[in-house]
Ligand binder design. Structure first.
Ligand code: GLY
Ligand code: MN
Ligand code: MN
Length: 439
């Protein structure tokens, strides 16, 4: 089997080093893992690690806390985690344990998570600032405060407790915004799997199928590649394609309607996020084709504007203009293009932005504005470009457009020269879709 991309321990170590360099020698940083979540009664959802924690540690267990303490002689990266426990492990699965945390996962020191209240306060002494994701989880906020209070209670021994609490995302999420070559290999692999899965679903589609049957076609491909869906995916036939976050996926797919699939695979935590819209019976009607072509032209304009030196907002404004021009051309809107844009007259048919950052989270972290200005796009950033049109029934609109919902979404890496569309191999031209579905 071909070797699959991996993130090396060296890369995790260099991310930690960079983080510690940025917070400085007077500070510490604390990053908790995700917790297991109950689905119902005593059954749990599959575990998904917190993306910040995963980014810094690669450690994929719950009940763990990573602690970073720059320039501590005995070691700067401390991992609190579950101890080995053969009995528990026979029931609920293997654990790295204290030794594994150090040997396999590169912790300088590791301690049982159950001992954290005894150990962690001592590590806070004489540090002035604590970086963590403040206000994200009230229970964790309380836990941090209780560690701080333990240090404060030693004030008469001359010990100083940290006085400053700084939002870790401020720096960590900026790091996550720029993808490394290894991260891009993972994202390309997730994209490639999702492309093949979408193609498969498109080919399998027939009138009379249920939306979930189409869902099964691509989920099968994700699983076969050892991947999970990066988010709860959407299969919306006809009017369901106009519901932006439709996830029931339980209606029949009807002859003559379009179907919208928004589904991406996740590899090593890295998401792909693809939407394609195609005719259930394999042939676009005239009305579907003309709206589809508008969205496709808008998407191409958006992708062309996704290049270094442009701002975050430029792909959106480029795509939006093409959408509005198209809506005027087909008679759904009328008037001056600039005025229609300024007045947001398009909003009943296009009510979302044209994309988002993509990475360990499908809607990835990173600021979209810096100092109140749209951020400049830079090489290494990854984002989606996903314009759409959604025409709900309304008196003022010709019936032929009703219930047409279309979105086309690709994943784009900003490069030095422009961009690379990570999902470019997935067909989207009308003629290519019709030819593929006729096979
Ligand atoms: N699949 C979520 C999104 O497209 O943003
Ligand atoms: Mn998206
Ligand atoms: Mn999507």
């Amino acid at each position: 089997m071909k070797r699959k991309p991996l993130i090396s321990q060296k890369e995790f170590a260099s991310r930690r080093e960079q983080l510690m360099h940025m917070i400085g020698d007077n500070a510490v940083a604390i990053v908790p893992s995700s917790s297991l979540l109950i689905r119902n009664r005593d059954a749990e959802f599959p575990f998904r690690q917190d993306s910040d924690f995963l980014y810094l540690t690669g450690f994929n267990e719950p009940e763990a806390i990573a602690f970073f303490i720059p320039n501590r002689e005995q070691g700067e990266y401390i991992l609190f985690c579950r101890e080995r426990d053969p009995k528990a492990e026979q029931w609920v699965g293997r654990r790295a344990g204290i030794e594994g945390a150090q040997k396999q996962w590169g912790a300088d020191d590791a301690f049982p998570i159950d001992d954290i209240d005894d150990i962690l306060p001592g590590l806070l002494e004489e540090r002035s600032a604590v970086y963590y994701n403040t206000g994200n989880d009230v229970n964790f906020d309380q836990q941090v405060m209780s560690w701080i209070n333990t240090v404060k209670n030693k004030v008469r021994s001359g010990v100083h407790a940290p006085q400053e609490f700084i939002s870790l995302p401020l720096i960590l999420h900026d790091m996550r915004l720029y993808k490394s070559p290894a991260e891009l290999r993972a994202m390309r692999y997730a994209a490639k799997t999702a492309v093949a899965a979408h193609e498969n679903a498109m080919r399998a589609c027939k009138p009379g199928m249920m939306e979930y049957e189409l869902e099964a076609e691509y989920l099968y491909q994700f699983k076969k590649a050892g991947m999970e869906p990066a988010y709860t995916s959407i299969v919306g036939g006809g009017e369901n394609g106009c519901i932006l976050h439709y996830i029931e996926n339980n209606q029949p797919l009807k002859d003559g309607e379009l179907v919208l699939i928004d589904a991406g695979a996740e590899y090593l935590g890295y998401a792909s996020d693809i939407t394609r819209t195609f005719p259930v019976n394999g042939t676009f009607s005239e009305a579907q084709r003309s709206l589809y072509q508008i969205v496709l032209n808008a998407q191409k304009a958006g992708i062309a504007a996704a290049k270094p030196g442009n701002t975050w907002d430029q792909p959106h404004t480029a795509a939006l203009r093409v959408l509005v021009e198209g809506l005027v051309e087909v008679g759904i809107l009328s008037g001056d293009i600039d005025t229609l844009i300024e007045d947001k007259s398009y909003a009943p048919y296009y009510m979302h932005k044209t994309g988002h950052w993509l990475g360990l989270d499908v809607h990835d972290v990173g600021d979209y504005k810096v100092d109140d200005e749209w951020r400049l796009l830079e090489p290494g950033m990854t984002l989606t470009v996903e314009p759409g049109l959604y025409i709900s029934p309304a008196d003022e609109i010709d019936e032929k457009w009703w219930n047409i919902g279309i979105r086309i979404e690709d994943d784009v890496l900003i490069t030095k020269k422009g961009n690379e569309v990570l999902t470019r191999k997935l067909i989207k031209e009308v003629k290519d879709i019709e030819a593929h579905m006729a096979q």
